[in-house]
Design a protein around this ligand. Structure first.
Ligand code: NAD
Length: 488
């Protein structure tokens, strides 16, 4: 049965107004914990709708860039306050729309508030340097110019934090924005944009157009008036974004997938390593780009580690995310569930040994949702698909090694390089890991998933276009350096 009571339609936000798409058609946003519940309808927009949004953003940019950066910051503080006031509501919408537990959704929304405040503060910080000129009568310095209109394309797994860690720096440095959120979480995105509306930003400074990747995402890639594109999502789509943006000379930034390892050395605190492997690998149902996926363990402690890990995995309570007892929610969509199940089949076919889980959850409470069991494989080697491709689900693969050197070789033997962690008490192991691990985020005695908003974030290898987001690093993408030479 479809739950239809009070289902709202969320329209596009263009030039300070909520507007239906030109066709009036909508997508359903479905609760992955109960596919019969529609969380909301969102506009299925057209290229024409996108054109309106880009025109509004282009017109608004002239006035927005002329405001002082501290004045732009004042607006971001107001957005932060509006989001903080609606934290419970936004978090609940996120849980209903993509399945993560309510505790995680509240944490993410609070992080969104902190991101807005951090970048509001950036409006008060220095943006350039004074450089000595060879002409003693001249004054030379650098300044920063905004790109203009920025297109923001985001995935469904962090529907508040990712849009905000792109929009907030874009705005503080004087750009205007057209956001295209993932359709799966467009209701949550609309609630975030409502906070910008409440804060009274000038019309056209922030716009949102919902719709398919093929139409609105591709439209952003191709639009001649979009000067920069910041994208987070899968590597297939990222490649298209990068190629399209490069072809027409737009600046672009891509953050994509991961296949993140944890190394467990024989001198590690094994209880700590087990906790962190489970938290890093299975929280958010494994749907974090920084999720732990490969667990590389020294053979001397392999059996003890494995038994401790399995004992804890068996305790995991799967269920719907609004239930405070639930530790792990459903996959975010049917498509995602099918992907995870097909990787599990592939793992079995290629000779990995399934130690735990591996099936869709069954029984009361599960039948209408996209639930999969937390899953652990062993006897996995680097040639196997489940050791190479991003699964984006609650699947851990155990790999046994003799030495730390071998562990590092295995850890680097993938095309991705987003995050990695090691558990060890040995300083030499720590130093080897820091120096030799090819990943943008390396963590010692801490889980692979864990990003602080004030620090640079991004991947190496196929995980990224090699620029960095968040913290003060964001200025590099969202501005261009202007070198100024002044002589009286
Ligand atoms: P996705 O690539 O399918 O979609 C991302 C966005 O791109 C969505 O808004 C989608 O509608 C849009 N899109 C789809 N087709 C498009 C096209 N042809 N042209 C332009 N845009 C298009 O990714 P997803 O399934 O939403 O998210 C999961 C992926 O995101 C995983 O690979 C994960 O690792 C990655 N991710 C990376 C990071 C990071 O910071 N590195 C963070 C979170 C998620």
């Amino acid at each position: 049965m479809t739950v239809r009571a009070e289902i709202k339609t969320y329209t596009n936000y263009i030039n300070g107004e909520w507007q239906s798409s030109s066709t009036n058609e909508v997508h359903d946003s479905v609760n992955p914990a109960n596919k019969n519940e529609i969380v909301g309808y969102v506009s299925k927009s057209t290229k024409e709708d996108l054109d309106h949004a880009v025109t509004a953003a282009k017109d608004a940019q002239i006035g927005w860039r002329k405001l002082s950066a501290p004045a732009r910051g004042e607006y971001l503080y107001k957005v932060a306050n509006a989001l903080e006031a609606r934290l419970e509501e936004v978090a609940e919408t996120m849980t209903r729309e993509m399945g993560k537990t309510i505790q995680e959704a509240k944490g993410e929304t609070a992080r969104g508030v902190a991101i807005l405040r951090y970048y509001a503060g950036e409006g008060m910080r220095k943006v350039g340097d004074v450089i000595p000129s060879t002409d003693s009568e001249a004054f030379m310095f650098t300044s920063r110019a905004p790109l203009g209109v920025v297109g923001v394309i985001t995935p469904w797994n962090f529907p508040v934090a990712i849009p905000l860690w792109k929009i907030a720096p874009a705005l503080i440095y004087g750009n205007t924005v057209v956001l295209k959120p993932a359709t799966e979480t467009a209701v949550t995105a609309a609630k975030v944009i409502e906070c910008f509306h409440e804060a009274g930003l000038p019309d056209g400074v922030i716009n949102m157009v919902t719709g398919s990747g093929a139409v609105i995402g591709q439209g952003i890639i191709d639009h001649p008036d979009i000067n920069g594109i910041t994208f987070t999502g899968s590597d297939n789509v990222g490649k298209r974004v990068g190629q399209g943006a490069f072809a027409r000379g737009a600046k672009y930034q891509l953050e994509m997938g991961g296949k993140n390892p944890v190394i467990v050395a024989e001198d590690a605190d094994l209880d700590l390593a087990v906790e962190a492997t489970i938290s890093g690998g299975l929280r958010s149902t494994g749907q974090k780009c920084t999720a732990t996926s490969r667990v590389i363990v020294q053979n001397t402690v392999y059996d003890v580690f494995k038994e401790k890990l399995l004992a804890k995995v068996k305790e995991i309570k799967v269920g719907q995310g609004l239930n405070s007892e639930t530790w792990m929610g459903p996959c975010a969509s049917e498509n995602q569930l099918d992907t995870v199940l097909s990787y599990i089949e592939k793992g079995k076919e290629e000779g990995a040994l399934l130690l735990y889980g591996g099936s869709r959850c069954e029984g009361t409470g599960f039948d209408d949702g996209f639930y999969v069991e937390p899953t652990v494989f062993e006897n996995v080697n680097s040639k196997m698909t489940i050791a190479q491709e991003e699964i984006f689900g609650p699947v851990l693969v155990l790999m046994k090694v003799d030495t730390i050197e071998e562990a590092l070789e295995v850890a680097n033997d993938v095309e991705f390089g987003l995050s990695a962690s090691i558990f060890t008490t040995n300083i030499q192991n720590m130093l080897s890991f820091i120096n030799e691990m090819d990943a943008g985020l390396v963590r010692i005695n801490a889980e692979s998933a864990g990003v602080e908003l004030q620090a640079p974030f991004g991947g190496m290898k196929k995980s990224s276009s090699l620029s960095r987001e968040q913290g003060q690093a964001a200025i590099e993408f969202f501005t261009n350096i202007k070198t100024v030479f002044v002589k009286g």
